[in-house]
Design a protein. Sequence first.
Length: 306
Amino acid sequence: MKHRHGDGSLDLVQLRTFLAVYRSGSLTAGATQVGLSQPTVTSQLQTLEKAVGRPLFDRLPRGVSPTPAAHELTARIADPLDALAEVTGTTTGHPPPEPPVLLGGPAEILATLALPALAPLITEGVRLQVVAGLADDLLAELRTGALDLVISAIRPRGRAVVAEPLADEEFVLVANPATAARIDTGRLERGDATALAHVSLVSYAPDLPILRRYWRHVFGRRLERRPAVVVPDLRAVLAMVTAGGGVSVLPRYLCASALAAGTVVALLDPEDPPINTAYLVGRSTRTERPHVALVRTRLREAAPTW
């Protein structure tokens, strides 16, 4: 596979370099594996990208992220190059590790559900780089190849990504016991949201997105109030509610332990509580790196318990 400029053929040395960078997730680590300087590796990859006709890596603050073209190229060359390396004695029989799986999602779901579920994969050699953020920002990064998978509270559109329902989260109106004692829950059960007029609201965002949805779904009215506390982390919202800072609406998975311990109580138990679906989103590619597939499968297996 000798490369000749302009004819689109591929050079064996460049392919070996590419595979080392792909598996290590880093130009520096890839250069160390093949015994070349980083500038030489960069030059080889630029030449290979010209031959392929598409970019192979996106540069990240730390390391590189393979593009769909890189995944396709790896699917074609990895087995033959590994077999050749075995024959020529240039490997110990253990291929270099795959690059980390780049996973994005809401901080609360990642910390409370996803990462504990993925912990067993780490002992199997899977590496993770995790990014917490808002769904729109994370989905944009997924489309550019900066992330491999995203857990999203919204269902994305477009052919560049594929979304599958992962789990439903039920929302619960909660307060600590002392705050709950000051609320006429009988009026609440009759659908009278003014029973909460004297209690402070704790929200994830200034526009009260979760609270407004609960008010509309359960009480059938628009929530016009302003929050007393805004903190962009649902775990902090729970902490504030537990400490007596007001009432809020939280996903049941996040406050289940607090409910069981009695540090917060559910103010209502509606027959039809608000539900939000979390989606597992990946890029629309024909091939998927083995460790990305492992993470995807593990999240699917764990989600029914959430």
